[in-house]
Each structure stands twice: as structure tokens, then as C-alpha cells.
Design a binder for this molecule. Structure first.
Ligand code: ATP
Ligand code: MG
Length: 636
């Protein structure tokens, strides 16, 4: 196990050490891993061109740090507990030994199918153990995986396959999701019509729906592994060899192919997992993310497995067969650590506490939140009803580009505050700057959230286009990594994420973060969730347009009265400046498939420009947008 911080003074001590001498700090953590050859230098960094290397010339394979390093002690410990979509289907448990064999076997399959070190492999699989096996098998042979969420359309998939110049696609016949059985292979077939570089497709049988198999190109997974050896010697990788490409969610625009490399990503995800969650060896950790997102990469697969953790992987959705599914899984597997997104919490809040009370959740020790700012009401509900007031909530702020959690409480160590991600992890040098790039020192300041020194799992490049990486992240403020998010450092030095800076609303010269205004609106008992954006306003410069989703109970109330009380809520929590100018009641909000609100679409609608909505390929439900546009035409 990695060194763990267990007191607040211990945190402060480690943090100071990490800032005073980052190289020595990370070198010390990296010593805990198995390297074929250690690094010549800890960090090489060219600030302006963003060429960063960690553990320079170190040689390793990340999967040996999951398996070979730990098998002797952890061999029979469950690595993955897989919970199927249908609760009547049996759970599958893979011990470290079994998972190792499957990974080695599939690594051999990849080699037999012509995959070489450095080749790109697209993984378009549902949440089944084979998704993790496929990722680790790629890492074993030195192939670069690009996992694409198995709900994306053929054209989104084709774009990602072509952008990464993928040679082989790993997929399934279909996908069970809630009450539905969704075709998957058919989507791949359609995508591949415009992907000339793809030579092979390996297809896992999951739903047994009929599929067409193209001779010479398509092979069944079960045929491919038949008789193949379960022994495989890991490919030696350089610290800076690419481990994977992952496309961002697309909340702010066209997704970017973020590249992570081997050594630094390993060290950072393992360290942050152990510390943020305070995982102990017999704990059962359940993260509800999909492996198609960075959270699934870093905190279902790599971080937990590098720590010898037992991770629950769930195939289905939170409301199938009932809205108590998460709680049922927690009870069934005696989950100790539960990590989910605010969007899930807010939607489950809508069903009240009865579904929770049906289950014994006493195994829980730590709760986590990721993906968006968590509003105070959702935080309290999560804390009180799910955690029974006993479980610290780690509100983890990070990004695809950061590879791992950056600002977050350390469970049970950092005193929490609702809606605050609290303090940076050791090694994370946060700096807040104004729009001119001047540092805002001290407390009680807000501005652009930047990081001023590299950390091991930081983005190395955007695949095939380094200039895009430099322009997107390193050009806004000289010498700094710019996150795109706005942040406030309060009187205690605690950080609160205010939302994307592009979404900041400027009302009569007062800057308001979307998260703050939404937090105020969401505090109203009838509101499930809301999204606010700015729109041009003759007098104030910008006005506030609020899209609000109400609870079913609102049917018994007069909508005009509800709107009036929403205005009062915003005024009470923030002040009259935060009072929305327009409120539109809607049945849902446009979200990415990872559950993030796409405010840029709502902004266009609020501006009256619904014809150019930008990249909508990662949008979950286009029907919602149509409904909102129609509603927006009605004067509100
Ligand atoms: P794109 O960059 O293509 O727009 P995206 O930013 O939505 O996509 P991700 O990398 O998955 O894709 O999301 C990172 C963003 O999610 C952060 O920049 C931040 O805005 C938000 N976020 C994540 N966790 C938190 C959190 N705990 N609190 C507040 N915001 C969070
Ligand atoms: Mg982003």
C-alpha cells in the first residue's frame, strides 16, 4: 500500500513538502512501484511548449504493478465484482489471479491479431468485466487504448476512431441498459463504413442479438480466446509512452483527444486513490461511472487496481429495475466507498428517502462526488440520507486532462464544507488569476483556476495535434495550465468551483458563477435541478435566464407562484443581483452522456440563436433541446 495521510497536520506537512520540492516528493511515491529501470531524472519540463516528462527514461509496465507486484499477497482477493444490469443474473467476481490470467490471455489475442506496441485500439464496450480486461490487455502489450462510451452514435464513434487512427475495435453484440437491449455491433458496422484503417473487430457476446460478422474482419471474442495461453510477458514501456487517449465529455465544445502516459499516470492515480478515499485493504469500493469517462479509467480501473482494491463494476442504470438499485447494490456487496455524480444524486432525490430506507447501508464509510459542482441541498441529502451523517463526502474536482483528482477533501481528514472541493492534493499548486493573468493572492478571492507546476498525471498532448493542446490549455495565461473553470478561495482558504468561466454571467458588472445561482435555485424544495445562463440585457449587460426542472409534487402548485418563490430564493441566498430575469420551467436539461449540463446550448437558446448549437454529438437526449426551444419561444 502507498503512504497515506491520516491527519490534517499530516496533510499540511505533505503539502508543504510537495511544493518545496515536487521532484523529491514524487520520487518518494514512485519508489513504491515496480520499475524495470528507474528514472534518470524525475521531471523534465519546457514551460512554453508544454513538453513535460515525468520519471524520465524509467521503464515499466503498469499491469505488472497491478498484478505481478501484488499477486503473491492479493492473488485470491476479488479485484472486480461485476453486478449485471439484471439483478437476477449472477454476479461475477474476478480475483486478482483470475483477472491477471484473463488480461494475459487477451494480451496474447491482441498480439496474434497484429497489434503492436504503440498501435491504437478502440474499446467500444458496455460496462462488463471485458472492458477492464481489454484496457489492461492493451496496456500489457503497449497498445494505446481509446475507450469510447458505448452509447455514442456511429458518427461520433467514427470521428474518434479516425482521429486516433485506430487499427482494431473491441466491441459487443449488444448492451443491456435498464429495460432496454441496445444494439452495439450494428453501430460499429455503420461507423466502420467511414473508417478505412480498421482491420479487425473482436466482438463479445453479451445480449445474443443477431449481428452480421464481416468475414476476414470480425471475430467473436470467445473464438479469439479459445486455447490461447494465459501467460504473457509484459511489454517494457517507457515512462512517457502513451497509455491511452480519451476524448473529453464535450460540455464546452468539440471533444479533445487527451493523451496520458504510463509512469506519471500510474503514480498519480494510485496515490490519489489511496489518499482521497482512504481505502483500506478489506474495503469494497463502488464507483458508478462508465469506463468511457476518465472517472472510469482512473477510479474504477487503474487507481483501485494499483492499490489492490476490490472494485464493484455495474452494468446498468440507477433506476432499473427500481429506483433503489444503487442502494440494493451497496447492501448486497457491503460497499464501503460509494462514488457517484451530482446528476445521479439530484435525480434520486426526486424519489424521496423511502427507496433508501428499504436497504441496510451501514457498511458505507466514505461517499464521493464528481463531474459537476454539487449543490448544497444535494450534498446534505447525500450526507444525511445515504451516509446517515457518518460518512465524509469527498467532493472531487478534476478533469480528463488532469488524469486524477486535484482538489478534494481527504476522507475523514479534511473538514468538509458543502459545495466546496476544499483543498488541493499534495503536488497540486493551485493559482487563481484575473483575466489579465495577475495572481490573486490571499483569501476571499475569485477568478480563473490555474495550476502553476506540473503534476505526474497531467495531459501530455491532444492526440495528433500538440498545438491544439498548447493553445487550449497553456496559452491563456503564460506559464500556467488553465482549467477553464472559475473558482473562489474563501476566508478559510477553501476552494469552491463556480462553473466554467465561459459560462460566468456578468450582471451590471457583478460576476456570478453558474454554480452559485443554481445552488440558490436548487435550494427551493420543489426544484430538482436547474441551469442558468446569461443573455444580452439592455440595461444590465447580461441578464440571468434560468431553466428549472420541478419535482412531481409541483403539479399541485400554481407555476406563477413557484416562479415568484424561486426569485425569492435566489435573492435570499445570494442577493437581488442573482435574481433571474427569465425562468423557463422545463422537464429536463440538455446533458452530455456523462451527465453534465451543456450550458452552451442553453445559452444559445436564451440568446434567441437556436439555429447554431455547435457540436451536439455528445448530447444525451436531443428531444429535451427541442422541447426547450419550443418553450423558449413562449414569452416567459
Ligand atoms: P470538454 O472539455 O470537452 O468541454 P468536459 O470538461 O465536460 O468536456 P470532463 O473532463 O469530463 O469533460 O469534465 C471536467 C469538468 O467537470 C471540470 O472542468 C469541471 O468543470 C467539472 N467538474 C468535475 N468535477 C467537479 C467537481 N467536483 N466540482 C465542480 N466541477 C467539477
Ligand atoms: Mg473540459
Amino acid at each position: 500500500m502507498l503512504p497515506k495521510i491520516n491527519t490534517l497536520s499530516g496533510y499540511l506537512y505533505e503539502y508543504q513538502k510537495s511544493v518545496a520540492n515536487p521532484e523529491a516528493f514524487w520520487e518518494n511515491i514512485a519508489e513504491n512501484f515496480y520499475w524495470h529501470k528507474k528514472w534518470d531524472k524525475v521531471l523534465e519540463w519546457d514551460r512554453d511548449g508544454h513538453n513535460v516528462q515525468w520519471f524520465v527514461n524509467g521503464k515499466l509496465n503498469i499491469t505488472e504493478n497491478i498484478f505481478e507486484k501484488n499477486l503473491f499477497i492479493l492473488g485470491d482477493k476479488p479485484a472486480i465484482i461485476w453486478e449485471p444490469n439484471n439483478p437476477d443474473e449472477p454476479t461475477v467476481t474476478l480475483t486478482y489471479k483470475q483477472l491477471h490470467e484473463k488480461v494475459c490471455q487477451f494480451a496474447n489475442v491482441l498480439l496474434q491479431n497484429g497489434v503492436k506496441k504503440g498501435d491504437r485500439v478502440c474499446i467500444y464496450l458496455p460496462m462488463v468485466p471485458e472492458a477492464a480486461i481489454a484496457m489492461l490487455a492493451c496496456a500489457r502489450v503497449g497498445a494505446i487504448h481509446s475507450v469510447v462510451f458505448a452509447g455514442f452514435s456511429a458518427s461520433s464513434l467514427a470521428d474518434r476512431i479516425n482521429d486516433a487512427e485506430v487499427k482494431i475495435v473491441l466491441t459487443s453484440d449488444g448492451n443491456f441498459r435498464g429495460a432496454k437491449s441496445i444494439p452495439v455491433k450494428a453501430v460499429v458496422d455503420e461507423a466502420l463504413e467511414s473508417c478505412p484503417l480498421v482491420e479487425k473487430v473482436i466482438v463479445l457476446k453479451r445480449t445474443s442479438i443477431e449481428v452480421t460478422m464481416k468475414p476476414g474482419r470480425d471475430i467473436w471474442w470467445h473464438d479469439a480466446i479459445r486455447g490461447v495461453s494465459t501467460e504473457n510477458k509484459a511489454q517494457e514501456m517507457d515512462s512517457e509512452d502513451m497509455l491511452f487517449i480519451l476524448y473529453t465529455s464535450g460540455s464546452t465544445g468539440k471533444p479533445k483527444g487527451v493523451v496520458h502516459t504510463t509512469g506519471g499516470y500510474m503514480v498519480y492515480t494510485a496515490y490519489s486513490f489511496a489518499n482521497v478515499f482512504q481505502y483500506n485493504i478489506n474495503d469494497i469500493y463502488f464507483c458508478t461511472a462508465d469506463v468511457g469517462w476518465i472517472t472510469g479509467h482512473s477510479y474504477i480501473v487503474y487507481g483501485p487496481l494499483l492499490n489492490g482494491a476490490t472494485a464493484v463494476m455495474f452494468e446498468g442504470v440507477p433506476n432499473h429495475p427500481g429506483v433503489d438499485r444503487f442502494w440494493q447494490i451497496i447492501e448486497k456487496h457491503k460497499v464501503t466507498h460509494f462514488y457517484t455524480a451530482p446528476t445521479a444524486i439530484r435525480s434520486l432525490m426526486g424519489y424521496g428517502t423511502e427507496p433508501i430506507e428499504r436497504h441496510n447501508l451501514s457498511s458505507l464509510k466514505v461517499l464521493g462526488s464528481v463531474g459537476e459542482p454539487i449543490n448544497e441541498e444535494a450534498w446534505h441529502w447525500y450526507h444525511t440520507h445515504v451516509g446517515k451523517g457518518n460518512c465524509p463526502i469527498v467532493d472531487t474536482w478534476w478533469q480528463t486532462e488532469t488524469g486524477g483528482i486535484m482538489i478534494s477533501p481527504i476522507a475523514g481528514v479534511t473538514p468538509t464544507k458543502p459545495a466546496y472541493a476544499t483543498l488541493p492534493l499534495p503536488g497540486v499548486q493551485v493559482i487563481i488569476v484575473d483575466n489579465e493573468g495577475n495572481e490573486l493572492k490571499g483569501n476571499n478571492v475569485e477568478g480563473n483556476l490555474c495550476i502553476k507546476f506540473p503534476w505526474p498525471s497531467m495531459i501530455r498532448t491532444t492526440y495528433g495535434d500538440h498545438e491544439r493542446c498548447v493553445n487550449t490549455y497553456f496559452s491563456s495565461f503564460k506559464g500556467l495550465y488553465f482549467t477553464g473553470d472559475g473558482v473562489k478561495r474563501d476566508a478559510d482558504g477553501y476552494y469552491r468551483i463556480l462553473g466554467r468561466v465561459d459560462d460566468v454571467i456578468n450582471v451590471s458588472g457583478h460576476r456570478l458563477g453558474t454554480a452559485e445561482v443554481e445552488n440558490a435555485i436548487n435550494s427551493h424544495p420543489l426544484v430538482i435541478e436547474s441551469a442558468v445562463v446569461g443573455f444580452p440585457h439592455e440595461v444590465k449587460g447580461q441578464g440571468i435566464y434560468a431553466y428549472v426542472v420541478l419535482d412531481a409534487a409541483s403539479k399541485n402548485h400554481d407555476p406563477e407562484k413557484i416562479k415568484a418563490s424561486l426569485l425569492a430564493a435566489a435573492t435570499k441566498v445570494i442577493g437581488p443581483i442573482a435574481k433571474p430575469d427569465k425562468i423557463q420551467l422545463v422537464t429536463g436539461l440538455p446533458k452530455t452522456r456523462s451527465g453534465k449540463i451543456m450550458r452552451r446550448i442553453l445559452r444559445k437558446i436564451a440568446e434567441g440563436d437556436a439555429t447554431s448549437l455547435g457540436d451536439t454529438s455528445t448530447l444525451l437526449d436531443p428531444g429535451v433541446v427541442k422541447e426547450i426551444i419550443e418553450g423558449a419561444l413562449v414569452p416567459v
